[in-house]
Write a protein that binds this ligand. Structure first.
Ligand code: AMP
Length: 235
């Protein structure tokens, strides 16, 4: 690894569009995305004992333990030999402990050659529930594209049935097990119980915090993000 690394942390409730924006940044700006939700779901797919425990937690909307998430992130960081333009942390850190440990890990790995910026994505809880109730994701674990049944033009129907298939890889689209109303509410309340502490931590450590208006289609959000990136101290 060489040069300065831009690390951008997306902080926002589930359904704010963190993953969708991160995906666009990877496709269009050659950034790298770390989604701890995806790392957790990979464990579930492997059906190990640990995967089964994680599955139960995800299905009930609870957080995975800080120590387990940090172990996954550490392994992921070690495997990233080259980080292109920047790295987006999507869904991590979610607690102050995770934020503190991330700082330690980055200092150990990169010494002073990195910047951290925080991008806050706030969204009305009613919109969160509506968005997540309409969310469908690609069942192909290497694709994982995300769509909305409200925007059906972006998905396509399988020729022989009403099944929705992914516009990118044609695999079936499915609902996430945790996108059901009681679990969405639990996830929202857990997010709300940690978010202000997390933002205070970054404020106190002098990291810039930017806000994005995410109550609009993703292209508009992406434009705002590019504007932020060009206008502030992100390279
Ligand atoms: P996401 O895909 O970010 O919505 O995450 C889905 C689920 O994975 C969460 O509801 C948690 O159960 C788990 N998870 C993802 N990231 C974290 C994290 N940083 N800390 C704890 N649990 C996490």
């Amino acid at each position: 690894m060489s040069g300065m690394k831009d690390i951008v942390i997306f902080i926002g409730p589930p359904g704010a569009g963190k993953g969708t924006l991160a995906r666009l940044c990877c496709e269009r700006m050659n950034w790298t995305q770390l989604s701890t939700g995806d790392l957790c779901r990979q464990h579930v797919v492997q059906k190990t004992e640990l995967g089964q425990q994680i599955d139960l937690l995800i299905k009930s909307g609870k957080l995975i333990s800080d120590s387990l998430v940090l172990e996954m992130v550490k392994k992921w960081l070690q495997e990233q030999l080259t980080w292109s333009e920047g790295i987006i942390l999507d869904g991590f850190p979610r607690t102050q402990v995770q934020a503190e440990m991330l700082d330690l890990m980055l200092r150990e790995t990169l010494q002073d050659s990195y910047t951290i910026s925080v991008v806050k994505m706030e969204l009305d809880p009613d919109i969160v529930v509506r968005r997540l109730m309409a969310r469908v994701v690609c069942s192909n674990k290497t694709c994982q594209a995300v769509f909305s049944t409200k925007n059906i033009a972006k998905t396509k129907k399988n020729n022989d049935s009403d099944e929705l298939v992914c516009a990118e890889c044609s695999s079936p689209l499915v609902r996430r097990a945790d996108d059901v109303e009681p679990v969405i509410c639990e996830r929202l309340s857990i997010y709300q119980s940690h978010a202000s502490q997390l933002l205070d931590y970054y404020k106190a450590s002098g990291r810039p915090i930017y806000s994005l208006d995410v109550a609009q289609p993703v292209e508009g959000v992406f434009e705002q993000f590019v504007h932020l990136k060009n206008g502030f101290n992100l390279r």
